[in-house]
Design a protein around this ligand. Structure first.
Ligand SMILES: Cc1ncc(COP(=O)(O)O)c(C=O)c1O
Length: 395
């Protein structure tokens, strides 16, 4: 007889994103011209100076273990970055280097959560937050936001949803999938409220540099020293420097919580890949020009995508402000087609018009779809043209 597996995990549903992207991949393999708006990573190559730093490290024999929670030189580069870009002061015991921000977040939930502790998450959310909270024995509690309010969480949402079991609140700006960016005054309002709450704040800032127009990034941790003590800042080199495959993420927080995170990591993965850590130092210290070029290109694609999308019948949306996603509300189109939700619509769209989009249900908002604009102009034009035709036809 087989020994039973962890039942809470066996019953966890398969990721909706994977289902759609898997089918899109299969169609592409058959030679079908699929326009894939499902991608969650930059389409640029990693800048060559960053690659060179890793090659140099390998050639110099820097290919062995580093300290389990990262090279002190990389931690110093993170400290300098947080000071330079976020006006935040930290020391070495406040920093942990991990295998991508996904791993950083997992370590954080492991460190914070006791069984049945609740974690407040605004909808739409990055789909791994609730899954990770559940794996770590906690309970995700969703706070519904709407297109009308720009998909932003306010103190009222938190006040309404918090209970004596609430342990943490996750904030993600710029947001995947909504593409929204919290303004300075919205951050201030949240900061004033959260300063008086007994909560940990997990501030996921992985899209920090991918910001357009007059928007700027404000880290919640910088509004007061007491708030900084309760906030764990999460970031990575993945999205900013087109380094998703290098797997370097990091966090900064009180030494008390970082110590627990470090213990977890020392018994699970140990250090992130050593050459990747050297590459990350080069990225954080010297690659802002490369980032600026990529941001300019994303910005052009963002405008193109928005201009085309807003003309599609049955779609309502706001211009994306950050990251590389558009998150149009397609409820009207879904209703007109007599469909249940965006899952049904995305499946139909892929089969009939070979356009892959991620259903908003994956992010807690069934009426929306997520379209990445980390792809070339021609694909964006062709993909939205197909979506437009799809939207214009009955059934
Ligand atoms: C909001 C958000 N946080 C964290 C991550 C994880 O990033 P990484 O590739 O560094 O693990 C992602 C990746 O898609 C993301 O969108």
């Amino acid at each position: 007889m087989q020994h039973p597996l962890n039942q809470s995990l066996v019953s966890m549903p398969e990721s909706l994103t994977l289902k759609i992207t898997g089918r899109a991949k299969a169609l592409k393999k058959e030679g079908v011209h699929v326009i894939d708006f499902g991608v969650g990573e930059p389409d640029f190559d990693t800048p060559s100076s960053i690659k060179q730093a890793a090659i140099k490290a390998i050639q110099e024999g820097k290919t062995k273990y580093t300290p389990a929670t990262g090279l002190p030189e990389l931690k110093e580069a993170v400290i300098n970055k947080l000071r330079r870009d976020n006006q935040l002061e930290y020391e070495l015991p406040n920093i942990s280097i991990n295998c991508g921000a996904k791993h950083t977040l997992f370590n954080i939930f492991m460190a914070l959560l006791n069984p049945d502790d609740e974690v407040l998450i605004g909808t739409p959310y990055w789909l791994s937050y609730p899954a990770q909270v559940e794996i770590c024995g906690g309970k995700p509690v969703f706070m519904e936001t709407t297109l009308k309010s720009n998909f932003k969480v306010t103190p009222d949402h938190i006040e309404k949803h918090k209970t004596p079991r609430t342990k943490a609140f996750v904030l993600n700006s710029p947001c995947n999938p909504s593409g929204m960016v919290y303004t300075n005054s919205e951050m201030k309002e949240l900061a004033q409220y959260l300063d008086n709450q007994d909560l940990w704040i997990i501030s996921d800032e992985v899209y920090e540099y991918l910001i357009y127009d007059e928007n700027s990034h404000y880290s919640l941790a910088r509004y007061s020293s007491s708030l900084k003590e309760k906030t764990i800042v999460v970031n990575a080199v993945s999205k900013t420097y087109a380094m998703t495959g290098w797997r370097i993420g990091y966090c900064a927080g009180s030494s008390e919580v970082i110590k627990v995170i470090n213990t977890i990591q020392s018994h699970s993965t140990s250090n992130p890949s050593t050459p990747s850590q050297y590459a990350a130092i080069a990225a954080l210290e010297n690659s802002i020009d490369d980032v600026e070029k990529m941001v300019k290109t994303y910005d052009r694609r963002r405008k193109l995508m928005y201009d085309l999308l807003k003309k599609v019948p049955g779609v309502s949306m706001r211009p994306p402000e950050g990251a590389f996603y558009a998150f149009p509300d397609c409820s009207e189109m879904i209703r007109r087609k007599g469909m249940k939700d965006s899952v049904e619509m995305c499946k139909d769209l892929l089969e009939k018009y070979q356009v892959a989009a991620i259903p908003g249900s994956a992010f807690g908002v069934p009426g929306c779809i997520r379209l990445s604009y980390a792809l070339d102009d021609d694909s964006i034009i062709e993909g939205i043209k197909r979506l437009h035709t799809y939207a214009s036809h009955e059934g």
